[in-house]
Design a protein around this ligand. Structure first.
Ligand code: SF4
Length: 359
């Protein structure tokens, strides 16, 4: 983890107070800050917000709408953020729970969380045109599940029951996978051969909690086989490291993200474990309870991997209105990963460009 320079300023409230002391009002009169306000600081996690998989999935729906015209159907929320979903609905996307809600022959996008082979089969049966926006890092876990199942391992999938990603991954090897939600489940695991047990995980779990679960599994099954690389994705790990850095001495941590966003909910838990005196998740600034700010000097802000930056900006604007200074970014990692759009979409975009060129 490399820490960027703003961290020093963040940890010491004095530079913040000095900067505030130099501010002027609109009338040119130096602003007079109360002693309470001079102690305040706002710290902003970096990285935060959109990951490469979410960015790709949202752009996929936008490009599909441009290319095929509205409506474009999307199975499940494309990413777990209600603002993203309602913005895309405004543009003509129709979100459905299951494929029987999509008229035969129409275009449907599969969400970033992935789908099981059974869903692909249903789509073919209904003659739907499909665009698969599954995050490539989720697809990687699907491949691992298929490989372990092909080698006849019992697979312990660490994750949350009912989460779409877990359903999709489990569907790749239904006879081989069992769900483990935490260390408490380990005593009840039954396998065919203790020498042939492997584990996988959902991509958006708490790293620390998952390692605890793995340790408990390994105690029961010492021959436990690890996945070839981390299943908890780079974005989840980076956002958890970042929130630890801004949370450990914060009076209040605000995590922007929706309630069904696994990685956002984990950020609240990680913030509290890291020492934050209070931590709350909000969909946007309107959900901030004024009482949370009472007696609070240091507010730390971050956002989940499916959260547009404008929602974070709304939170910072509200804090500014309440007398908090500009946020100082605390850098813990650089991210530059970009995923190519789904190949079926790129193919149609190329064909459309070619047709336009010939017209
Ligand atoms: S959180 Fe990770 S696995 Fe999920 S979409 Fe983002 S990069 Fe992919």
């Amino acid at each position: 983890m490399s820490l960027g320079e703003p961290t020093d300023g963040v940890r010491n409230a004095a530079p913040v107070a000095r900067r505030l002391a130099g501010m002027s009002t609109d009338l040119g009169v130096p602003a007079v800050l109360s002693p309470d306000e001079a102690d305040r600081a706002v710290r902003l996690a970096a990285p935060r917000g959109y990951c490469a998989g979410v960015d790709r999935a949202v752009i996929t729906v936008e490009k599909a709408l441009d290319l095929y015209g509205a409506p474009v159907y999307v199975r499940k929320q494309i990413v777990h953020n209600k603002h993203v979903v309602s913005t895309l609905e405004d543009r003509g996307a129709i979100f459905v729970e299951e494929l029987d809600e999509v008229p035969p022959g129409r275009t449907v996008v599969f969400s970033a969380h992935g789908v099981s082979p059974e869903v692909h089969r249903q789509a073919a049966e209904r003659s739907l045109k499909t665009i698969d926006a599954t995050c490539p890092l989720v697809t990687k876990v699907h491949h691992e599940a298929k490989r372990f199942a092909g080698e006849d391992y019992d697979i312990l999938l660490i994750g949350h029951e009912g989460h779409e990603e877990v359903e999709g991954t489990a569907g790749e090897a239904p006879g081989h996978i069992q769900l483990v939600q935490g260390p408490d489940d380990v005593a009840n695991i039954e396998v065919r051969d203790p020498e042939r047990v492997a584990w996988l995980s959902q991509t958006t779990l708490s790293v620390d909690e998952t390692m605890e679960t793995v340790a408990a599994i390994r105690e029961r099954f010492p021959a436990l086989l690890d996945p070839p690389s981390d299943d908890i994705c780079y974005a989840t790990q980076n956002r958890q490291l970042a929130v630890k850095e801004i949370a450990h001495d914060a009076d209040l941590v605000i995590v922007v993200g929706s309630g069904n966003s696994s990685n956002s909910v984990r950020l609240v838990e990680v913030a509290l474990e890291a020492g934050a005196r209070a931590a709350y998740r909000v969909d946007d600034a309107s959900e901030i309870d004024e009482a949370w700010l009472e007696g609070v000097d240091t507010v730390s802000v971050t956002s989940g991997a499916s959260v547009p930056e404008e929602l974070v900006e709304g939170v910072l604007a509200l804090l500014a209105e309440r007398g908090y200074p500009d946020a100082q970014a605390v850098h813990t990692a650089e991210e530059s990963l970009i995923f190519a759009l789904p190949p079926e979409l790129r193919r149609d975009m190329r064909a459309a460009e070619k047709a336009a060129g010939q017209a």
